[in-house]
Ligand binder design. Sequence first.
Ligand code: IPD
Ligand code: CA
Ligand code: CA
Length: 270
Amino acid sequence: MHELAEILKPVEGIAREAGEILMDYYGEIRHIDYKGIGDIVTEADKASEKLITERLESRFPDYAILGEEFGMSSVQSDNCWVTDPLDGTANYAARCPIFAVAIGLLHNGTPVLGVLFDPNTDRMFSAVKGGGATLNEVSIHVNDREKLDPIGLFGFGSPVLEILHPFIQKCGKGRSLGSAALHICSVATGYFDGSFDLYTKLWDIAAAAVILEEAGGSMTQPSGAPLFPLSSDSSAYQGHDVPFLATNGRIHEECVNTLKEEKNNKRNLR
Ligand code: IPD
Ligand code: CA
Ligand code: CA
């Protein structure tokens, strides 16, 4: 395996190039395809993933690659790049400038490197396992709120907003930016106390997971069970949902317990 700290800069460069592609197409999208109800893809998603895949393949020919739009490469490896070429496609297609490029690296099913680039604000979030997390090369840390608080910000995926009313009330001010990866990085920077989503995929969370962990936060399944390492036959690699709870760590147990209470109240929760 490559030395993680040495490959971080090149991966940031790839994410930045992909972000430039997104900005080239931004506002010029001519064609939108539907992958399912409410699930769209544009030519920019595909162009961004094509560039990321080409760059990663040429530099790391022995590593597997999983991308949202083109799936898993044929390479068998303990090292797997996981990329979301455009997190926030619905925002992007509506010309709402909240979206990002995500590139994560899993080693034996555990995120060990993550890069998230937001081309609208020129923000580069990055981390390697054991090396701390940075935003534009400045260290970032989760906030130190000890309890859920009415003034705290908490990110939710939009479908969760519909089914989780009591939990959201306890969490303070619910926010739904349209990018799960930016939600998690907003916890890593201390803006948000936490974030919760049910319908996310591995490519939404792989890069941000290591950034959050290195910023001092916690990320688990909503039940509190560990998310990682994924087994090599995990359905997450086939694009099955990977629900998550991400917090500053201090409020994690309180959130897990509150979600359990909601589940006991027979709400539509996993
Ligand atoms: C979506 C966004 C959204 C989350 C969805 C994801 P996409 O990703 O991250 O915030 O709630 O579950 O699918 O489709 O824009 O890459
Ligand atoms: Ca996504
Ligand atoms: Ca995407």
